[in-house]
Design a protein. Structure first.
Length: 453
């Protein structure tokens, strides 16, 4: 028996498929909305996802992309009326494992379900056997929080997520590009891994970002990785991470060489101390806004401004210095871009829900004002210790971004003395209406610098 998530907005078809699979002893849960399905995929473990393409809120192909970018490995079967070759290619590039076109015979669907579940079970069983034989090479990882556990642990002790068997990175100690020794993993996500590396001759530390080997054959993933490098390489500013090199190795491995940062993220700072005093916060926000202002003038919209992507270090003067990192979903604004070059299209869903602008939540095209809204969310959280909008799940949070009024600072933290001028700036940055929001980071910086502190 397999636990299956079926996402289909045709209620009659959804019921028939669920009943059919139920008769075959599968445990089937159904959803009719893309965003609701994505929320479930972040909260629960399934053996298989059956996903329609044309569904409300978020198309199935974008649900699949987002799920894979979150590190999801569950097999996905696209079940859709789109039978064109370009659609099939897009479905597989998004991370689908199989593709079945409507109309279809239920027996064929059953056979494909059995094959995908069997293949997934064999892979997991093989990994389990190998892992038990080599406990020095394997461990278990929580895909939700990133914590590691011994092999005999089944669930994360913190959030209850089913753990995944993970292999210790074999690249540690290897020489990359004939001159960089990979010393340690310093970050990883659904699409890439970042290593600390040392130049053998110059004895200089750098960060090397490598696209996940499983994605190097996916044209869209490689193009998006290249776009990140192009976006970051346009920028030369003290508050933005510098990309020194980008390329593809002879064995087709895309890479990016960047500054190695020794600081910690704003998120780490907030975890340690839930809120930052206004004077210090202003100094940090002016730097973030300055870096983003430079990016916007260079035609780059970050689209994922959040505490994790703001690194705070100490400069040679002993003062706090901000670096904006991770341009992985940045948008490069160019009138000359061809449709094929525009990898992000209307209706696609990118970003981190707690910091996404209303236009991002709707899957609309965004401009630099989306970053202003995201920075408003970061400022609110940094000053009060709590985000402006946080629902019980991603779907609820998105609805709050679309329609809820930001709470007053005194409602969240009546114990704090935050200047009214500061709150006014944050509220203006959080305007739902683009035209009522700050129109540039320079405007926001001018108001920040005018606060009497």
């Amino acid at each position: 028996m397999a636990r299956i998530l079926l996402v289909e907005d045709d209620l009659d078809l959804c019921e028939r498929v669920a009943l059919w699979l139920g008769h075959e002893d599968h445990d089937v849960e159904t959803k009719h909305d893309g965003l609701e399905a994505l929320v479930l995929l972040g909260e629960r473990a399934y053996d298989l996802v059956i996903l329609d393409w044309d569904i409300p809120s978020l198309p199935g192909v974008d649900v699949c992309k987002k799920f894979r970018s979150m590190g999801g490995t569950t097999p996905v079967l696209m079940l859709t009326g789109r039978g064109g070759m370009q659609d099939k290619e897009a479905g597989f590039d998004a991370g689908a494992d199989d593709y079945l076109t409507k109309p279809f015979h239920l027996k064929e669907l059953s056979a494909r379900v059995r094959a995908l579940v069997r293949r997934s079970s064999m892979v997991e069983a093989t990994k389990e056997v190998i892992a038990q034989q080599r406990p020095d090479v394997f461990y278990k990882l929580c895909p939700e929080c990133g914590m590691s556990f011994p092999l005999d642990t089944q669930e994360c002790g913190d959030d209850g997520t089913i753990l995944q068997i993970t292999k210790l990175d074999p690249s540690i100690g290897a020489i990359f590009g004939e001159r960089y020794e990979l010393e340690a993993v310093i970050g990883s996500g659904g699409m890439s891994t970042v290593y600390r590396a040392k130049h053998k001759l110059m004895n200089k530390l750098v960060a090397i970002k490598l696209l996940d080997p499983r994605l190097v054959r996916q044209k869209t993933a490689v193009k998006r990785f290249q776009l990140e490098a192009q976006a970051a390489s346009r920028l030369n500013h003290p508050n933005v991470i510098i990309v020194h090199d980008f390329g593809i190795t002879p064995d087709d491995q895309p890479f990016m060489i960047m500054d190695f940062l020794t600081g910690r993220s704003l998120m780490d700072m907030l975890d340690e101390k839930p809120q930052v005093v206004p004077l210090r916060a202003r100094q940090l926000f002016v730097q973030v806004a300055s870096g983003l202002s430079h990016a916007h003038k260079c035609g780059v919209v970050h689209r994922d401004i959040k505490p994790n992507n703001i690194i705070i270090d100490i400069d040679h003067k002993g003062e706090e210095a901000v670096k904006i990192v991770d341009f992985g979903i940045a948008k490069v604004i160019s009138d000359s871009a061809t449709p094929q070059e525009r990898l992000t299209r209307a209706g696609e869903f990118f970003g981190t829900t707690m910091y996404m602008s209303p236009e991002q939540c709707r899957g609309k095209d965004v401009d630099h004002r989306s970053d202003i809204y995201s920075l408003g969310c970061v400022m609110f959280e940094t000053l009060t210790g709590l985000p402006p909008f946080e629902g019980d799940n991603d779907f609820d949070t998105i609805q709050m971004h679309l329609s809820a009024v930001p709470p007053a600072f005194r409602e969240r933290r009546p114990d704090l003395a935050i200047p009214a001028e500061f709150e006014g700036i944050v509220r203006k940055a959080l305007e739902k209406d683009l035209e009522l929001r700050y129109q540039s980071m320079d405007e926001l910086i001018a108001d920040l610098e005018s606060i009497p502190l």
